[in-house]
Design a protein around this ligand. Structure first.
Ligand code: C2O
Length: 585
């Protein structure tokens, strides 16, 4: 089927049929003095002919009728532009004429004008350097909107409380309300949160009186790893009112309120950005595997970005877990969106999706089921609105915003070739279940024979994955864990961070009212191909045994404080792990 480029020709049934050389009732569709001579398509053809030569219809002009003058202009077009020999030319409008006129018309129309795009900016770059007044215009507008939204009753869909409850709520859900709908542990995570943010941004903008140029800021914690000043100062807003962006302990983790820094194991999105595919295979993918839609389900197919930095940022900023929204807001999906920093965290996650897509070879899934799945939100008038995943894949064109550090780009239309599916081979695994509470190491002995197979698979460029399987904890374990692959080597040369074990939403997964797919535990997979290749290149790869170790993520204490390891400050709830395994392929 021919793709029209010009707006004028698009959607015209007669021109479409001619361009595709369709036959109707035994007759080829054409425009001629006998066929379609007064159809609205005639005026469009005449308009395009005038683009080709503004003097080609001197008497009647574009009059919508296919008479002698138009037929003569078509004849001349075919000879001069299509190169038809004069003796063979007939003066009806056929496929080549329509196709070529479409191109001429498209060029005359010029590029489709781009509407002004909203720019989501880095909050640290926006905020003023003056610590006594960090409030720039955008952050101030956001703070004012939060005040307005917080003053609205929860029955109002544009209220702060209702918006947060869409994500999750500890309150009983009113009939018909779209609450507790956030999508986690799978491939709806990114599109659902993008829709959620988009409508929230519209509500915020309206609540602030639609300030020109307003867009939700984002927090790039990988660039500045402490809470942005406006979110961490008890000082009033410039108009003297209470700063609603400021929360203190225990609603936020005390160490970050005191100025502690997020460690790089938490803030770096590099591992996720380097993943080749959105969805498995290979496992894990950037955006999560096919699952759901469902609000926290097992078994998960969690994406790399969802795990790090997304989940671990939640765990860190919230702090020790609590089931109420009196503390640890960010650590609990039922409370997280009540913290104003939540939305800037998610703007950053959304930005990283665009960043991943802008890298060569990366593309979104093309699965029809994924694309057509719909979710419901509320807009700035309080009306319910529904969107499908296909509506939000291009943030600039479909939703009208870009990020300050990324070019406006077009989505790749072709998905990268999928690697041939080969069943992964089990190389090694731990023999007994283990319990993690504080620093813990698990050693896998590589059986005789597996070492040679492993060597050859790695040599063939196959992916290597560490799987942490059958993870179970009755309660969220108060900390996330950084996971390392250790091989015997001098100093730190053999100690490699491969990802994090996060528990954001574990309570929801344990909730018997949630759909669980029948499984009772979950797993995390870590792609360690690059680490393994690096070790081989250094000659460090001794394949008799491999150790995976778990360390509680430790915040970097604020200047002047000595770090007190979390596990020294409180007893940690143990995490059960059924098996740690190494697969290649
Ligand atoms: Cu649905 Cu960051 O949470």
């Amino acid at each position: 089927m021919f793709e029209f480029r010009s707006e004028l020709f698009q959607g015209d049934a007669v021109l479409r049929a001619i361009a595709d050389d369709e036959v109707v009732a035994g007759v080829r569709v054409r425009i001629s003095r006998m066929q379609n001579a007064q159809d609205p398509a005639v005026l469009k053809v005449q308009t395009a002919l005038l683009d080709f030569d503004s003097g080609c219809l001197p008497v009647h002009g574009a009059d919508g009728k296919y008479g002698d003058e138009t037929a003569g202009a078509v004849r001349r077009f075919k000879i001069e532009v299509l190169g038809v020999p004069p003796a063979e030319v007939i003066d009806d409008v056929g496929p080549l004429t329509v196709q070529r006129l479409d191109g001429i018309r498209a060029d005359a129309e010029g590029p489709t004008p781009t509407p002004t795009l909203a720019v989501r900016r880095d909050v640290w770059a926006l905020e003023q350097a003056d610590p006594a007044n960090p409030f720039d215009a955008i952050t101030f507008a956001y703070a004012k909107a939060v005040q307005v939204m917080q003053s609205r009753p929860i029955t109002d869909r544009t209220s702060w409380a209702y918006q947060a409850a869409i994500h999750g709520s500890v309150a009983p859900q009113p009939a018909g309300a779209h609450w507790n709908e956030c999508q986690h542990f799978g491939w709806f995570f990114l599109p659902w949160h993008r829709m959620y943010l988009h409508f929230f941004e519209r509500i915020v903008s309206a609540a602030a009186g639609n300030p020109p140029g307003f867009a939700l800021p984002y927090w790039n914690y990988d660039r500045r790893n402490t809470l942005p000043p406006a979110f961490n100062t008890p000082r009033p807003l410039p108009d003297g009112t209470v700063n609603p962006l400021f929360l203190t302990a225990p609603q936020r983790a005390a160490i970050y309120v005191r100025g502690g820094q997020l460690p790089a194991t938490v803030t770096s999105a590099d591992a996720a950005l380097n993943m080749a595919n959105f969805a498995a295979p290979p496992d894990p993918g950037f955006g999560g595997g096919p699952v759901g839609p469902a609000h926290f389900m097992r078994p998960p197919a969690i994406g790399g970005l969802e795990q790090t930095p997304h989940n671990v940022i939640h765990g860190q900023l919230g702090g020790p877990f609590d089931r109420t929204c009196a503390s640890a807001l960010m650590a609990n999906p039922n409370c997280a969106a009540l913290d104003p920093i939540f939305w800037l965290h998610h703007a950053n996650i959304d930005r990283l999706w665009n960043r991943w897509l802008a890298m060569p070879g990366h593309a979104n899934p093309t699965d029809g089921g994924w694309l057509s799945t719909k979710f419901t939100f509320a807009d700035e008038t309080g009306a319910e609105v529904t969107m499908s995943v296909a509506d939000v894949l291009d943030s600039a064109r479909q939703l009208g915003y870009v990020y300050d550090d990324l070019p406006t780009f077009s989505l790749p239309t072709v998905s990268p070739p999928q690697p041939p599916a080969q069943p992964p081979e089990l190389i090694a695994a731990t023999e007994a279940p283990l319990q993690v509470a504080g620093d813990t190491a698990a050693t896998m002995t590589v059986p005789d024979g597996a070492a040679a197979l492993f060597e050859s698979l790695v040599g063939d460029g196959r992916r290597v994955t560490v799987n942490v399987e059958n993870i179970d904890a009755q309660a969220a374990p108060d900390t996330d864990y950084a996971v390392f692959l250790d091989v015997p080597a001098e100093g730190n040369a053999g100690h490699h961070h491969i990802g994090n074990l996060s528990f954001f939403g574990l309570d929801k997964m344990n909730d018997p009212d949630q759909p669980h797919n029948g499984a009772s535990s979950f797993r995390h997979a870590f792609d360690v191909t690059d680490v393994i290749n690096g070790l081989r290149n250094l000659g460090l790869m001794d394949l008799s045994s491999l150790t995976v170790s778990f360390e509680p993520i430790r915040p970097i204490p604020p200047p002047g404080e000595v770090g007190l390891a979390l596990e020294q400050a409180m007893p940690l709830t143990p995490v059960q792990i059924g098996r740690v395994s190494l697969f290649a392929g």
